[in-house]
Design a protein around this ligand. Structure first.
Ligand code: DP6
Length: 327
């Protein structure tokens, strides 16, 4: 159909974290970040623009979204309309392909898929770089989900200069996997948006974070070049923990870690001692993600199953496929 487009984008997990914005309107980050794109979790989104629509409608997994989600989407669609020189509203149908009830849906795959679907529907002919800039306006991490494999988000200093690009890893991604340990959380959620803003504004440890993140990016890129898994792992584990440490220094302090998160970290340590190198990272929630070489994936999953249920442990390959038009 004339004014419609459908796209699929995969979620990504940061190995070097994005934490804090320099500009909240344009979503310009305080630091560069670096991620891997995951095969197993993705979003498919179809957008149709039509002059007869009187508002934007978003149907997520078959259901209308709540007021606050709708407002966020409408803001993003205004940016799209401005770029496309159109006043048409859109009907958006989006499906998240994540294991049920795992709480792993991500704004990264959502806005990457939406940006690409809009690009198709309105014939904007955006390059991947410009798609990354557009997706960034919906959610910072979405700028990285335009690409597959290892991806770096260059912080830049304004809308034009802040975008992501893929890092050539000579197909090393194919040897790696990420294991998700889904942890039940009864405490109140602090969104990444709220958490990073509070931390940037109030944490005594935040400057230390900023001062060291570029070293981590350099070290990770070096490890990728050398295909040195131990070096990669040590850097990303330390970077993730340092990000979480900034939250402990915020006013008021907060943490995303719960006791089960620590238990997973302990199992990761035990796996390493047993000769199965693997390294953890965490985002704005209690789930723990473990980076492992595929050859050791089964050993680590078996170790996790001694303490966690089958459905709490989900492994994914890393995909080298970026966002795709599927209709
Ligand atoms: C901890 O991209 O969700 O996952 O830009 O406000 O939408 P907004 O935030 P978001 O933050 C992700 C934070 C993180 C680290 C990362 O993915 O780099």
């Amino acid at each position: 159909m004339g004014n419609s487009g459908k796209a699929r984008a995969h979620t990504n997990i940061a190995l070097i974290k994005y934490w804090g914005k320099a500009d909240e309107t344009y979503i310009i980050p305080m630091n560069n970040s670096l991620s891997v794109t995951l095969d197993r979790f993705y979003t498919e989104t179809k957008v149709t623009f039509d002059e007869r629509y009187t508002k934007d409608t978003l149907i997520l997994n078959g259901e209308a979204v709540n007021e606050s989600e709708a407002t966020k989407i409408n803001k993003f669609m205004n940016i799209v309309r401005e770029q496309g020189g159109t006043s048409m509203y859109a009907y958006i149908e989006s499906d998240n392909f994540v294991p049920t009830a795992a709480g792993l849906a991500s704004s990264a795959s959502a806005y990457a898929a939406l940006a690409a679907a809009c690009n198709e529907a309105l014939n904007l002919e955006l390059t991947d770089k410009d798609l990354s800039r557009l997706a960034r306006r919906g959610s910072g991490s979405a700028s990285r989900s335009i690409f597959g494999g290892f991806v770096e988000w260059e912080k830049g200093h304004n809308d034009k200069t802040s975008y992501s690009f893929p890092i050539d890893a000579d197909h090393w991604e194919d040897d790696l996997a990420m294991i998700f340990v889904v942890i039940n959380n009864k405490s109140k959620k602090v969104s990444s948006r709220t958490g990073m803003s509070l931390t940037r504004d109030t944490s005594r440890f935040y400057q230390y974070w900023l001062d060291h993140v570029d070293e981590d990016i350099t070290a990770v890129k070096h490890a990728i070049k050398q295909k040195d898994f131990a070096q990669l792992g040590e850097v990303i584990e330390a970077n993730g923990l340092r990000m979480h440490a900034t939250n402990l220094g915020a006013q008021p302090p907060f943490t995303y870690m719960v006791s089960d998160s620590y238990q997973v970290m302990e199992i990761v340590h035990q796996c390493r001692e047993a000769g199965y190198p693997c390294y953890f990272t965490m985002d704005a929630g209690p789930n723990v993600k473990i980076l492992v070489e595929k050859k050791n994936q089964k050993a680590v999953i078996d170790a996790l199953h001694k303490s966690f249920d089958e459905e709490q442990v989900i492994a994914s390959d890393i995909t080298r496929t970026g966002v795709e038009i599927i209709e």
